[in-house]
Design a protein around this ligand. Structure first.
Ligand SMILES: O=C(O)c1ccccc1NCC(=O)[C@H](O)[C@H](O)COP(=O)(O)O
Length: 516
């Protein structure tokens, strides 16, 4: 698909043909300073960024040297300098200026390099690391450019995003040291999705950087929890340099933990579902083993157990037994798993057999809330769905309970009016990769059987990736998938014969609609 990256590359080739590898800048023939190792320790890379195609002008009048110095006093040891002229209003002059003025900082040349001799120019301009974007370089050229970086002592920083990029990265990392970055921004749509880096994190064979989109300390913290060694922060730092220190601290004060593990796992499963062109499927309100096992056999990715006042309240002992059964079955080869063979879903299953087990909680300080937290800390539940009144406070309370290990979790926003959309955006800004949307029904927390008004679902879908609950059943699930392309669908009462007991015929037809 042609997108902004294709356009930048095309224009850059024209400019290179016209102006040569220095793009009209008077680059010194000799490098003026020794190499300063790039990202030697875990930390943030703050960017000198004047503009971008997605945001237009960001800080058009910035002074690169004073901005680099201010970044240094914010605690950054590494600075990225955008040298692309047309779309980002950058220049090699910026790199030359900052690298001569700030001897203890380490600099990345961030550009859309296409030719080997551009590596030499980066070296002469004072770069310590050079961005190489896997998608725009074929494998042999990428390998050559990475080797050339290393021959000068510079670190090749290889940006990946798609499955095809990973083979190139693998080959480059076998040949020598590289740093890998995953961009959370989709360059076709400019849409930011932190679940993309989450999904790829465990597939990267080297040290790693989370790129783009983080604008709050909590969003930076999330990147570190996923296990990234560095975070690249552009717009948020360049626009508000006075806030950069809090972003740096948000990242470096965090540690990889179970919150990160949970989202890496969700990301991996979500990517597998994306290949099958279907959403993740969560079946909620399970109370007994036969319903839970059938849901797993039919292909559910997440199973929800309600730890709140409800006709579907779960018994913690039963949840433990169900978890043990599912775990034992997931160790069997797929061919020996009765469910996999008898499933009415005829497609071959690529997604893992053991669904993630989720505890749905409305009050974390109630006995039921405490039961769910205990099961999560024991590793019986993979995560907690906070379905209560104040999502931010609920997430904070789960943080407190999780201590330094963390507990996998996400929040629910009950969508009753346009005002609720703001809360979803706030949570996203704070690095929550997904927020589950449910219907708002006075006096009922969930399992209402009521759908969110379609107009509001449309607005939410336009603003970000959708996780959708509320009144789903076999009769409407296909049209919801076709109309809104949710990344997760969650159903409970629409699949029941009586509250707390699933109807197996309804469950089967629900899955048939999804896998159609
Ligand atoms: O299902 C319940 O009874 C319930 C009670 C209290 C809090 C949450 C609850 N369910 C949470 C879910 O995730 C449901 O799947 C979601 O609300 C959708 O339910 P439904 O409209 O019945 O499909």
């Amino acid at each position: 698909m042609a997108d902004i990256l294709d356009e930048i590359v095309e224009r850059r080739r024209e400019d290179y043909a016209r102006l040569g590898p220095c793009f009209g800048v008077d680059v010194p023939l000799q490098r003026a300073r020794p190499i300063v190792p790039f990202l030697k320790e875990t930390g943030a890379i703050l960017e000198i960024k004047r503009a971008s195609p997605s945001k237009g002008d960001i800080a058009p009048d910035l002074d690169p040297v004073s901005l680099a110095r201010s970044y240094e006093s914010s605690g950054a040891r590494c600075v990225s300098v955008l040298t692309e002229q047309r779309f980002f209003k950058g220049s090699l002059n910026d790199l030359i200026a900052v690298s001569s003025a700030c001897s203890s900082l380490s600099f990345l040349r961030k550009d859309f390099l296409l030719y080997e001799d551009e590596i030499d120019v980066a070296y002469r301009s004072g770069a310590d690391a050079v961005l190489l974007i896997a998608r725009i370089l074929d494998a042999p050229l990428l390998l050559k450019m990475a080797a050339r970086c290393r021959s000068f002592g510079m670190l090749p920083f290889i940006e990946v995003r798609e499955a095809g990029d990973l083979a190139k990265l693998e080959a480059a990392s076998k040949a020598g040291t590289v740093l890998a970055g995953v961009n959370s921004r989709d360059l076709a749509t400019f849409h930011i999705d932190p679940l993309i880096p989450a999904a790829l994190r465990n597939r990267l064979p080297c040290r790693t950087v989370f790129e783009s989109g983080a604008s709050t300390p909590l969003a930076c913290r999330f990147a570190r929890r996923l296990g990234f060694d560095g975070i690249l922060i552009g717009e948020a730092a360049a626009k508000n340099p006075e806030k950069a220190a809090s972003l740096v601290r948000g990242f470096v004060d965090a540690r990889p933990d179970w919150v990160g593990h949970f989202w890496r796992e969700v990301g991996r499963r979500s990517a597998a579902c994306g290949e099958e062109k279907r959403p993740l499927v969560k079946i909620c309100g399970l109370t007994n083993e036969e319903d839970a096992l059938l849901a797993a056999d039919l292909g559910a990715d997440l199973l929800g157990f309600v730890f709140a006042p409800s006709p579907r309240s779960a018994d913690p002992r039963k949840v433990r037994d169900i978890a043990a059964r599912l775990t034992a079955r997931s160790r069997l080869p797929a061919s020996e798993c009765v469910g996999a063979l008898s499933s009415p879903v005829s497609r071959p299953r690529k997604t893992p057999l053991r669904p993630l087990l989720i505890g749905v909680v409305t009050d974390l300080d109630s006995d039921q809330g405490r039961d769910a937290l205990a099961l999560a800390l024991d590793g019986v539940l993979d995560g907690i769905q906070f379905h209560g009144d104040d999502p931010r406070a609920g997430l904070d309370r789960i943080e407190e309970a999780g201590g330094s290990y963390g507990i996998g979790r996400y929040a629910v926003v009950r969508l009753g009016s346009e005002d609720d959309l703001e809360l979803i955006q706030d949570l996203r800004r704070d690095g929550e990769p997904r927020v589950l949307l449910d219907a708002r029904v006075e006096g009922l927390a969930g399992g209402t059987g009521t759908s969110i008004p379609r107009r509001l679902v449309r607005l939410a879908a336009d603003a970000g990736t959708l996780w959708l609950a509320g009144g789903l059943h076999p009769g409407n699930v296909r049209s919801c998938i076709d109309e809104f392309s949710p990344a997760l669908i969650d159903a409970s009462s629409g699949l029941e014969s009586v509250p707390g007991k699933k109807d197996h015929a309804l469950m089967k037809s629900y899955f048939r609609e999804i896998f159609r």
